[in-house]
Design a binder for this molecule. Structure first.
Ligand code: IMO
Ligand code: MG
Length: 420
């Protein structure tokens, strides 16, 4: 019996999951997405080029790979078709390499409009959603009137679509929200026809049979601090981005889960609203944004930047049961005299190493400072060649978090990776 290993983002998303899944996918004949949707933007760099995938698993570029879109995912057929078009230009036949769960939910054009309506109504309290219809689609799923991928094969699909759309129209009217709900419908229906030409599967059977002799890599989207249960609610996404999402989003039991790779950046970023205790509003934050090129892959928004938060990281390591850590983008800190990491929070005069319930509370980060290594790490391929200051820094993190850092990434390219 083979295992399903997992890659999870441990921060607020954008940790570099695309690159790592692409690196690891050479060892896994199948890669599966289990939650989220086109709010994700996973960037991969190889052969001197950059590729971004949104709903398609990041294993797609590996020869012979199988790529599964699980039932926990919400799928926008229009974005999906666009993505398939992009990879077709590289000679990859999406139909051969992608299987989609019939139980995955569909994002309708009116779900996207609902996202916009809700954000507009929230005013200052808005989430900073990517406006891809994620929240409204999951709301309909839980409310038990969503449309699933398998429904597109039903003879009365069109009627079911209209019934759900009409529900949305009633809500728009009640909110006083005006829009053109028909604008994108023809394109969406076309994309549904495209979707019909794919392998639509019972992903729980598909994966459990696959796991009898072949391993799978599960690819998380977003990050654990955006989890609907454990994130900084309500400034979160609408799915379980933490480990439990793998089982419910794919139909595999916890006993089938093997390694849990937890991926984090050597600093923090956040896009959208919500608490961010170590956020920097000064030149240092600017410098991290510039060197790290911290602009959204989906929306192009500048990302908020700050120092690494070990309190939050230890929390997500615990919740996810991380067995192996992967550290990204430490090369972006090559040129800093001092590197800070937050090792506790001071809240109301009390110091704590626990991530609080009330993340909107005034949190003062307490830092431990490290001497910068002031060395260009990007060309280093062997652990022995790493500067001593850098080794001290990662040893400190391993001790604090209680989990080994197994992979260090020192640049966006596949090759810029050290395995320890
Ligand atoms: P990847 O997979 C970073 C953020 C949004 C917003 C909140 C809710 O590339 O790491 P949603 O559209 O889900 O309703 O937005 O979550 N967000 C992400 N931030 N990376 C992502 O994905 C994100 N997906 C959603 O900015 O604050
Ligand atoms: Mg992203």
């Amino acid at each position: 019996m083979a295992k399903i290993d997992v890659v999870l983002g441990l921060q607020w998303g954008d940790e570099g999951k695309g690159k790592i899944v692409d690196v690891l996918a050479g060892r896994y004949p199948a890669v599966a997405r289990f939650q989220g949707g086109p709010n994700a933007g996973h960037s991969l760099h190889f052969d001197g080029k950059k590729f971004v995938v949104r709903s398609i698993p990041s294993g797609i570029f590996r020869e012979g790979s199988e790529n599964i879109i699980g039932n926990g995912v919400v799928l926008d057929p229009v974005t999906f078709r666009e993505e398939c078009g992009n990879i077709a230009k590289m000679g990859i036949d999406a139909r051969k390499k992608i299987a989609i769960s019939k139980k995955a939910h569909l994002i309708l054009p009116t779900h996207k409009l609902m996202d916009a309506a809700l954000e507009a109504a929230a005013g200052k309290g808005k989430i900073g959603s990517t406006l891809k219809g994620i929240g409204p689609t999951y709301t309909d799923k839980v409310g038990r009137h969503g449309l699933r991928v398998g429904d597109i094969l039903a003879p009365d699909f069109k009627e079911r679509f209209t019934a759900l759309k009409n529900r949305h129209l009633q809500e728009f009217a009640a909110m006083g929200f005006t829009c053109d709900p028909d604008k994108d419908e023809a394109e969406w229906m076309d994309a549904i026809d495209f979707l019909r030409s794919f392998r639509l599967v019972d992903c729980e059977y598909f994966l459990n049979e696959w796991l009898e002799d072949k391993p799978v890599l599960a690819e998380g989207a977003q990050g654990s601090l955006l989890d609907i249960d454990y994130g900084s609610y309500p400034f979160v996404t609408s799915s379980n981005t933490t480990i439990g999402g793998v089982c419910t989003g794919l139909g595999v039991a916890p006993s089938k889960v093997g390694k849990v790779y937890g991926i984090f950046k050597a600093y923090c970023t956040r896009v959208g609203s919500g608490p961010f205790p170590t956020e920097l509003f000064d030149e240092t934050g600017e410098k991290i944004r510039r060197i790290g090129n911290e602009f959204g892959a989906v929306t192009g928004r500048p990302r908020r930047c700050g120092w690494l938060d070990l309190v939050a990281l230890k929390y997500t390591v615990m919740v996810d049961g991380v067995t192996d850590l992967i550290m990204m983008k430490s090369d972006c800190l090559d040129d800093f005299e001092t590197i800070r990491v937050c090792t506790s929070y001071r809240i109301g005069g009390q110091e704590t190493q626990q991530f609080p319930f009330d993340t909107a509370a005034e949190i003062e980060p307490v830092y431990t400072d490290f001497k910068g290594w002031n060395t260009d790490l990007t060309g280093i391929r062997k652990e022995a060649d790493l500067p001593v200051e850098f080794k001290d820094y990662i040893k400190f993190m391993e001790d604090y978090l209680g989990v080994p850092i197994s992979i260090i990434s020192l640049g966006p390219d596949r090759e810029a990776t050290i395995e320890r």
